[in-house]
Design a protein around this ligand. Structure first.
Ligand SMILES: *Cc1c(COP(=O)(O)O)cnc(C)c1O
Length: 413
């Protein structure tokens, strides 16, 4: 197996043999040669139906022709100028038009940068220091959000990674998802809170869906305490429809972060808000943000293309959700676990009931998950290799691929 040989070499060149931890599939990851539509082709000649889709960005599947043409066209003109381009105005207008909470944006290169900047912006704007996040919520790999799941609502937390100073972690508090009382309590006790950062639908241990009115209540509680609400829509943005969770659930956050789909599969992060808030960003204001690759023309061209495509093909959201429903129906009634979906995000949890928060998600039987993952892979379907990662469908999954996925759920659970 060529993948096995490549991984043996990789272990001497890359820590753990990979460039991002979740890719370290045991005993060795498969190496991909190319991908088209909903199918990955490995260096070992296997064809796999892709339900990982780059961990979310590829809503249109691999090599969507519209996006590919736009990127290729931009390559002919150049891919980095270090000056403004018309492209960033076009994409900014589109993103602002799609999101009720956004008048202005700053383009960065990753979701991690977007949440880092959004938190700094919230602190700069409010003059307050602390932030609240949701247990199990993932906002990228920077210090303020790499926080261990702690003991409850009112404690200041400890780091979840070596190398994060305790005093940095002590400015972040965590509360369970779907729990308004915990939010009320933490904000009542900590008057120095600048913002709550939340994935409106938990994507990185989920999907875990908001209880009825939860997001509306979160909006009211944060407003009452004069705390900014940051919706991290890096996964849900353009995934749950144009306008993401804020449009779907009718809740207007103060700051929004986007990434993944917004760049059509090229590296992107975006944060946006009202003019009043965004004008605090440098050079208009005193909150510093900069980046060599900010608003890079290749990503802007791909982002515009994906945006146009979504507006012209909005009905494909329904088609894709219908395909997820078919997967749900394929699950044998005696399978012990809960299938949860939200739009084209889905997951079979090896736990009797759908989890409502991180602690419940942690109760899943991860050994059973790993067995299922291996069987699915051997049957030609690649789902993310962790019980705690959302599975995705793309617009490019056609009947043939969906049939194959259904077969896996029917036979491997
Ligand atoms: C993926 C993700 C991020 C981080 O984005 P990167 O581009 O990987 O840095 C942040 N927030 C959420 C909700 C994500 O899913």
């Amino acid at each position: 197996m060529k993948s096995e040989e490549l991984f043996a070499e990789a272990k001497n060149l890359l820590p753990g043999g990979v460039s991002s931890p979740v890719r370290a599939i045991k005993p060795y990851p498969f190496y991909v040669k190319s991908a088209k539509g909903a199918v990955l082709e490995t260096v070992d000649g296997e064809k796999l139906v892709d339900c990982c889709l780059g961990y979310g960005p590829l809503l249109l599947g691999h090599q969507n022709e519209t996006v590919k043409k736009a990127a290729a066209n931009q390559l002919e003109k150049g891919w980095l100028f270090g000056t403004p381009t018309e492209l960033e105005l076009d994409l900014a207008k589109r993103i602002a038009g799609d999101h009720p909470s956004i008048d202005m944006v700053r383009f960065v290169s990753t979701g991690t940068e977007a949440t880092m900047a959004a938190i700094r912006l919230a602190r700069g704007f409010t003059g307050k220091t602390d932030i609240v996040k949701i247990e199990g919520g993932f906002h990228g790999a920077h210090d303020a959000v790499l926080i261990a799941a702690g003991s409850g609502a009112t404690t200041h937390e400890t780091p979840d990674s070596a190398g994060v100073p305790n005093d940095v972690a002590s400015h972040t508090m965590q509360i369970p998802y779907n729990d308004c009382e915990a939010l009320e309590e933490v904000l009542s006790k900590n008057k120095n809170t600048a913002a709550l950062i939340i994935e409106p639908v938990l994507g990185n241990i989920g999907p875990i869906r908001p209880k009825k009115n939860y997001l509306k209540d979160v909006r009211e509680i944060t407003k009452a305490h004069d705390v900014l609400l940051i919706f991290d829509e890096v996964i849900t943005g353009y995934r749950l429809g144009i306008g993401g969770a804020q449009v779907k659930y009718g809740v207007k956050p103060d700051i929004t972060t986007l990434g993944k789909i917004a760049g059509g599969g090229f590296p992107i992060g975006v944060f946006g808000a009202s003019r009043e808030i965004m004008n605090n960003i440098s050079p208009a204001g005193a909150v510093y943000n900069a980046g060599t690759f900010n608003a890079n023309p290749l990503t802007m061209a791909a982002g515009i293309a994906v945006n146009k495509y979504l507006h012209e093909n909005e009905k494909l959201y329904t088609k894709t959700e219908d395909n997820v429903k078919r997967i749900a129906e394929s699950i044998p009634s005696q399978a012990s676990g809960a299938f949860v979906f939200e739009g084209s995000m889905f997951k079979f949890f090896f736990r009797n009931e759908a989890p409502q928060n991180y602690r419940e998600a942690k109760e899943c039987n991860t050994e059973a998950f790993t067995k299922f993952f291996r069987k699915a892979l051997a049957s030609g379907v690649f789902i993310p290799p962790s019980q705690f990662e959302t599975n995705f469908l793309s617009f490019a999954h056609e009947k043939e691929e969906v049939d194959k996925i259904c077969k896996v759920y029917e036979t491997c659970l």
